[in-house]
Design a binder for this molecule. Structure first.
Ligand code: GLN
Length: 482
């Protein structure tokens, strides 16, 4: 038996039945990591010693017949913009190359309390800005399905590590699509929860009003399991919501007959690869076969999503990243004479090109004389986009769309054309602007490359999108190992 091919839930069950030990699970995954990392480069930092220590503790508990947490023994990767106490957290940037956090993020605390075993920190676009994991200071990550292609981004390391069986589950973050877009490119399940469902305490902010931590798994059950563990109110995050006890696994197998499904026509009239369009159209047909009621609807402000996103997000980026000044955190330039020079040289030397581009754009749209014209206008359009979704969810349970307009591309293909790169988030950014939830699930392959279906749900209605995804996965038999 190859342990690394088991689902997260199978790993936990076999551990409980004493068929495998936690140490065996960790060792098998580290062997796998050694085998493939040279090619894939999903990890920035590995934590073998600590993982083995935790494994031994879990094994002791199994031996003594003590209770085990929901994630017992499951190997997990954590995106490197999520704070881990005592373990280097880099955000994929030279700026934080040697940053060791003095506290723990809430999500990691919850994973540890549930007996999950964190194997290391995974690669990402610098400060989560990007759609290909090519902007990381620690080198590019490759797509495990086709090593000649990017895994998508910015959570490319999280997704590649899960797809390549280096871990069973991973945490990512999604500001405009960074979990769903790479999940689509690598053929796994990625969930962006409702804004406020998961604590952001310890997530290094890109754009606070859009960021959410989410999960990646090889199938819906695994992803739903971890979402249940990390979701829930946290007093340390003033934007987190108390939604009571949540068990997503309980309602997963409910029938979706009669489910009201909306298909927004605007999502199909925007520019996209026709092979993606066909794949998603087939998936929508399958929902019909399963007894869902499908209607075409209009989300009229869809075409303004990308422009709105880039104004709102860069504005927040410019203010969030002001804290990296060479004094409080991370890198400090060696050569400077004045305080201003210290700031400037530090930021010039330690931020990459895309990060600088966004700080400049955001500073511009927030500056006096431009804020009315750009930032404030974008906030108004954001409300219109949110209203579009609110209206749709008065009548419908879920919305279906492609996750991305294209298939995974090759490294270098879009790096010189930022606008082209931004377009791969065309269908994902409106979800973050509206604060609703969504996931991406594989819905077919074109010439060996995966196509992702995006399932969008109303605020805090994760149960709906998970139920729909689970039904789809079983019907299409595309879930898990494809
Ligand atoms: N690709 C998008 C961007 O570059 C989304 C990033 C994200 O979700 N963190 O902004």
């Amino acid at each position: 038996m190859d342990i690394t091919r088991l689902s997260a839930i199978e790993i936990r069950e076999r551990l409980k039945k004493k068929e495998i030990s936690s140490r065996e699970i960790v060792e098998a995954h580290f062997n796998r990591i050694e085998e493939v990392e040279d090619e894939i480069n999903a990890f920035i930092t590995l934590n073998k010693e600590e993982a083995l220590k935790i494994a031994d503790k879990i094994d002791n508990r199994v031996k003594n017949g003590q209770d085990l947490g929901l994630l017992a023994g499951i190997p997990i990767g954590v995106k490197d913009n999520i704070i881990t106490y005592g373990t280097r957290t880099t955000c994929g940037s030279k700026m934080l190359e040697n940053f060791i956090p003095p506290y723990e993020s809430t999500v990691v605390e919850r994973i540890k309390n549930a007996d999950g075993v964190i194997l290391g920190k995974v690669n990402m676009d610098e400060f989560a800005m990007g759609s290909s994991t090519e902007t990381s200071y620690f080198g590019i990550t490759k797509n495990p399905i086709d090593l000649e292609r990017v895994p998508g981004g910015s959570s490319g390391g999280s997704i590649a590590a899960v797809k390549a069986n280096e871990v069973a589950l991973a945490l990512g973050s999604d500001t405009g699509g960074s979990i769903r877009q790479p999940a689509s490119y690598c053929g796994v399940v990625g969930i962006k929860p409702t804004y406020g469902l998961v604590s952001r305490y310890g997530l290094i902010s890109v754009a606070n009003s859009l960021d959410q931590i989410g999960v990646v798994g090889r199938d819906v059950l695994d992803a739903a399991l971890m979402l249940g563990v990390i979701a829930g109110y946290d007093i340390k995050d003033s934007t987190s919501m108390d939604m009571g006890n949540i068990n997503y696994l309980e309602k997963l197998s409910e029938d979706i007959k009669g489910m009201k499904v909306a298909v927004p026509k605007e999502y199909f009239s925007l520019e996209m690869d026709s092979r993606v369009k066909d794949g998603v159209a087939k998936a929508i047909k399958l929902f019909e076969t399963m007894g869902a009621e499908i209607d075409e609807i209009s989300l009229p402000n869809t075409e303004y999503g990308l422009a709105t996103y880039y104004i709102v997000s860069t504005a927040e980026i410019s203010s969030n990243l002001a804290r990296f000044d060479g004094i409080r955190y991370g890198y400090r330039a060696k050569d400077y004479e004045t305080l201003d020079e210290l700031y400037m040289n530090t930021r010039r030397e330690a931020f990459g090109e895309e990060v600088k581009r966004r700080i400049m754009a955001g500073t511009y749209s927030l500056s006096r004389g431009h804020a009315e014209e750009y930032y404030k206008k974008a906030l108004k359009v954001r409300t219109l986009i949110k209203d579009d979704f609110d209206k749709a969810f008065e009548k419908y349970d879920i919305i279906l769309s492609p996750t991305t307009p294209d298939l995974p591309f090759k490294p270098g293909e879009k790096m010189d054309d930022p606008l082209d790169m931004y377009k791969s988030d065309l269908f994902t950014v409106p979800v973050n602007l509206a604060g609703v939830c969504a996931l991406s699930i594989p819905c077919g392959y074109v010439e060996g490359l995966p196509v992702g279906l995006q399932i969008i749900g109303d605020r805090f209605k994760e149960a709906n999108i998970l139920k729909a995804a689970y039904a789809f996965e079983r019907h299409s038999s595309l879930g898990g190992e494809i």
